[in-house]
Structures are given as C-alpha cells and as structure tokens.
Design a binder for this molecule. Structure first.
Ligand SMILES: CCCCCCCCCCCC(=O)SCCNC(=O)CCNC(=O)[C@H](O)C(C)(C)COP(=O)(O)OP(=O)(O)OC[C@H]1O[C@@H](n2cnc3c(N)ncnc32)[C@H](O)[C@@H]1OP(=O)(O)O
Length: 132
C-alpha cells in the first residue's frame, strides 16, 4: 500500500480485490483491520519511531465493497511515554466505512532484529523506546 505524508497525517488509496473477500462481494474485516494497522505503521515512519501495535480497535461502520477505491487517513493523536495513540479512517467516497484506534508501544530496533532479518538502515538512525 503506497502512503503519502500530508500535514502530519498519512494518506493511502487502496482497492481491495477478490483475495480479500469475506462475504460475497465484500471485504473481509481482517483485511480492513490489516490495512488500517499498516497505515499506522506509516505514521511511525513519519514520527521516525520504531514501535509495534499493542492494541487495535476497529469499528466497522458500513460493508466495504471489493473493487471500489478506498481512501485511508491516519495520525498520531497523543503520546504518553512509550505509548503512541493512533486514529484512522477508511472511506469510500464521502462515507466513512471503518474507523480505527490503536495503541502502539515504542521498542528498540533490537525488537525487530531478533527475527534475524535485517532492518532498513534508516531505522537505525531513529530513536527507539528510550526516546519516550
Ligand atoms: C522506525 C520506524 C519503523 C517502523 C516500524 C514498522 C513496524 C511495523 C509495525 C506494524 C504493526 C505491526 O504489525 S506490529 C506486530 C503486532 N504486534 C506485536 O507483535 C507486538 C507484540 N507485543 C510485544 O512485543 C510487547 O507486548 C510490547 C512491545 C507491545 C510491550 O512489551 P514491553 O516492551 O515489555 O512493554 P510493557 O512494559 O509490557 O508495556 C509498556 C506499556 O504499554 C502498556 N501495554 C503494553 N501492551 C498493552 C496492551 N496490549 N494494551 C494496553 N496497554 C499495553 C503497558 O501496560 C505499559 O504501560 P505503563 O506501565 O508504562 O503505563
């Protein structure tokens, strides 16, 4: 999912296809949650802060049709020590189809390196959990 930073928010456009189908013709709720969680990951890049999702809440307002352009927006609403509070929406046209809030917790880069897969070099210059 391609993201753009605009005035402290992260925006993305997305069209879900049959791979993300739940009920016939409609997006699976897990795909909607994953897209919003991924967008919150984009907010971390904006903040230059490595963190992970500790809690994710999604309110499904309307069924989300497949093959329909969706617009997503997310931002960090507050920080509290290592905790980052996020809010985001998914819209189809003028209608908000889903809203999400999340709590991320700042971690050190070592949290990701533990997987054994190298992290992008840029991440190393960013402050980790100790920054909170
Ligand atoms: C550079 C950019 C790159 C960008 C980086 C891009 C990364 C992509 C990430 C994309 C999003 C994901 O998919 S992330 C993948 C899914 N999530 C995960 O795998 C996370 C798994 N969970 C964990 O690793 C851990 O539980 C942590 C790191 C979240 C917390 O463990 P910890 O580090 O030991 O910290 P801990 O002391 O337990 O918690 C710190 C504070 O947060 C609170 N807290 C912790 N978990 C919760 C929770 N679920 N609900 C409420 N509160 C919680 C604690 O009460 C405490 O509050 P207080 O006592 O201080 O008040």
């Amino acid at each position: 999912m391609q993201m753009q930073a605009v005035d402290g928010e992260v925006h993305a456009d997305l069209t879900l296809d049959g791979r993300m189908e739940g009920a016939p013709g409609l997006a699976h709720g897990g795909a909607i949650a994953a897209a919003l969680d991924d967008l919150f990951g984009g907010v971390l890049v904006l903040l230059e802060t490595p963190a992970v999702t500790a809690r994710l809440n999604v309110e499904y307002r309307l069924p989300v049709p497949l093959h329909t352009p969706l617009h997503l927006v997310a931002r960090c609403t507050a920080t509290e020590g290592r905790k980052l509070h996020m809010a985001g929406t998914m819209s189809a046209g003028e209608a908000i189809v889903a809203e999400a809030s999340a709590m991320f917790v700042r971690v050190e880069i070592a949290h990701f390196e533990a997987s054994g897969v190298p992290v992008p070099d840029a991440w190393r210059s960013w402050g980790g959990a100790a920054r909170g």
